[in-house]
Ligand binder design. Structure first.
Ligand code: FAD
Length: 401
């Protein structure tokens, strides 16, 4: 055929770089196309420490801390929380791109046929490959459920009333922001450089809770704890969908590998990249369709599809919960034995563990909560959220960063 590449990866975020590097290491002729390949990564990427593959070097880790969470009462998570050093992670992934052909350009679309795929770029070029996988990030759509957050970075000693050295606060649902309405929590993680990110977070809402509401609540919460924020403090804004459509050729957030209960996808993408590359290497050269299916089956095994469906049901249940009951729900969740919480938060391909976690959650819930947990299996997607503070999302649209 004389194709230029076995594999073309669209999108050079953490997922695309990890996948392209893994393919090249297995001897596949690999291309990577990104509309802005040199753009630095600005988001704070975090993950559960034990979820990260062992290949992630120390230079890509900014901090490790004991995780704790507060719903109605305070509890240790029982495992460590890692904030990634984005520059270190990028350098690590870039070192793995030797042998990958980098293309700069905006992809308009890909046509797939029995002999391979042709990807069209906005500048008129086309790129040919046996298999094209999209790692082009979140794919917002109409009426996406979105995670939104507004954060600020302060010195660790200033954040001490909320997070002690060596600790990360995964969730603090106490209503110290002083508002009724859509429930939000504080997320507070040490960044490893003597500073702490304090972020008021709406786990999911359709559409996302407007950022000005989160900004206002964060200011009130920090004021409640006597934490002063310097005028020039760095800020972080978060908005991305947590219910993107499932894609047979997507990877990373585009798959979507995003866990709807945390918004995390980076650790999963880093873990899955070598397995997807291995499936491609086993199938190529060979019919492109077979190789494409082999890659898809790694990401979306029957068990992974079932877990994905259950996670989505869990998301819909959360979106329907009357706001005042959400902290009580998390009190039950955080009180589960660690193995069940761990399975719910990480086991994307273990249906048995997921079902056991959901059964345990159901068993410990009261009857009204149980009814809310089963409702999404019977009802259509949730409508607009409850009214009240933060109930109106006028003027916001789903835009990824
Ligand atoms: C502020 C913030 C904080 C976050 N924190 C976390 C966290 O702690 N942990 C976590 O796991 N996730 C976190 N996320 C979610 C995060 O977005 C994703 O998990 C992560 O960026 C997904 O990586 P990715 O490689 O799949 O996609 P992206 O990082 O979005 O990369 C997509 C790439 O594709 C390129 N691209 C897109 N469209 C095209 C096109 N048409 N043509 C060419 N190139 C294209 C883009 O330029 C980009 O480089 C956070 C998100 C935000 C916004």
């Amino acid at each position: 055929m004389g194709r230029a590449a076995d594999v073309l990866v669209v999108g050079g975020g953490p997922a695309g770089r990890a996948l392209a590097g893994a393919c090249a290491r297995l001897g596949l002729r690999t291309g990577l196309v990104d509309r802005a390949p040199d753009r630095p990564w600005r988001s704070t990427f975090a993950a559960w420490a034990d979820e990260l593959p062992a290949t992630v070097p120390a230079s890509a880790i900014a901090s490790r801390s004991r995780g704790r969470a507060i719903a109605r009462t305070e509890r240790p998570l029982g495992w460590e929380y890692t904030v990634l050093d984005v520059d270190g992670l990028r350098a690590h992934l870039d070192a793995g791109l030797a042998g990958v052909t980098l293309h700069r350009g905006r992809v308009l679309g890909t046509h797939r046929g029995p002999d391979g795929a042709t990807t069209r770029l906005a500048d008129g070029r086309t790129l040919e490959a046996a298999v094209v996988l999209e790692a082009s990030g979140h794919r917002p759509r109409d009426r996406s459920a979105e995670q939104t957050a507004h954060g600020t970075v302060v010195d660790a000693h200033a954040a001490a009333p909320l997070v002690a050295p060596g600790e990360a606060l995964f969730m603090d649902w106490r209503p110290h922001h002083g508002e009724d309405g859509w429930p939000t929590f504080l997320y507070a993680v040490p960044l490893g450089d003597g500073t702490v990110l304090l972020e008021e977070t709406s786990l999911a809402r359709r559409p996302g809770l407007p950022l000005p509401v989160l900004r206002r609540r964060l200011a009130a919460r920090l004021d409640h704890h006597g934490i002063a924020v310097p005028a020039d403090a760095r800020e972080e804004r978060v908005r991305f969908p947590v219910d993107g459509p499932r894609s047979a050729t997507g990877f990373g957030a585009a798959a979507p590998l995003v866990h709807p209960a945390t918004g995390f996808s980076v650790a999963t993408a880093l873990t899955l990249a070598p397995a997807v590359a291995a499936a491609l290497a086993r199938s190529l050269p060979g019919p492109p369709e077979r190789a494409r299916r082999a890659a898809r089956d790694v990401v979306w095994s029957p068990s992974a599809r079932a877990v994905h469906l259950l996670r989505r049901r869990g998301l819909e249940a959360l979106l329907r919960m009357p706001p005042a009951t959400v902290p009580a729900f998390f009190e039950v969740f955080l009180g589960l034995p660690p193995r069940h919480r761990w399975a719910y938060l990480t086991a994307r391909d273990d249906l048995g563990a997921m079902l056991a976690a959901m059964s345990a959650l159901f068993a410990r819930s009261d009857w009204s909560q149980r009814a809310r947990l089963v409702a999404p299996a019977l009802l259509p997607r949730s409508g607009p959220p409850w009214s009240g503070t933060g109930g109106s999302a006028a003027g916001t649209r789903a835009t990824t960063r």
